[in-house]
Write a protein that binds this ligand. Structure first.
Ligand code: SF4
Length: 194
């Protein structure tokens, strides 16, 4: 099911607003290769010793406007940019899903050949797939279908491991989303997690 979003004349989206804290271009820390990373605002997970608790506030940062979307899409064009990473904050908060969904469609249309990574504190099989679970909503399945790699799970201080690639604690997983959706079971990225 497509999720309908109404755009106003000024480019903002009716019923789908979000703030973001930061955009990093040429980021090599949050996914494979050189990327543009979008840090969104708002997170209800409140993990102990979260690395940036200021992003828990949905009102933190600046409005995510059409102009910001355009800026990110432009940044993805050079041949050496592998793709886009979403992180935060929490991209899978329902309000953020509704704002990100039309943007991800724009990225897919305007940036063929680029991949999309997303970091979430929620788990794919425990929460995002479970009817009735927070933060699953009408936008979740479609948003997942637009993501290539999902790094899932809350940051757990007791499981902190600085040797892990792209993860802060050992409960977190790097997931191949297309394969996982096809088999409806969690399939790790490249068959294992580095
Ligand atoms: S999910 Fe991420 S942003 Fe949210 S509290 Fe946990 S570590 Fe912080």
């Amino acid at each position: 099911m497509m999720y309908a979003v109404v755009r106003r004349a000024d480019g903002t989206q009716k019923g789908a607003s979000m703030n973001y804290c930061e955009i990093k271009t040429c980021d090599i820390a949050n996914g494979e290769g050189v990327r543009t990373s979008l840090f969104v605002s708002g997170c209800t997970n409140h993990c102990e010793e979260c690395f940036q608790p200021q992003t828990w506030d949905f009102g933190y940062g600046k409005p995510f406007t059409r102009e910001v979307e355009d800026q990110i899409i432009r940044s993805l064009q050079p041949y050496y940019i592998n793709g886009l990473t979403l992180l935060g904050g929490e991209p899978f908060e329902p309000a953020n899903q509704r704002a990100l969904l039309p943007f991800l469609h724009r990225v897919r249309a305007a940036c063929p050949g680029k991949n999309i990574w997303c970091f979430t504190g929620f788990t794919l099989d425990g929460e995002l797939w479970q009817d009735g679970s927070y933060p699953r909503c009408e936008a979740t399945d479609e948003m997942l279908s637009l993501i290539d790699v999902l790094v899932d799970g809350r940051y757990v201080k007791a499981l902190k491991d600085i040797s892990l690639r792209f993860r802060g604690s050992s409960n977190q997983r790097i997931i191949d989303v297309a394969q996982s959706l096809a088999k409806h079971e969690v399939i790790l990225w490249e068959g294992k997690n580095p």
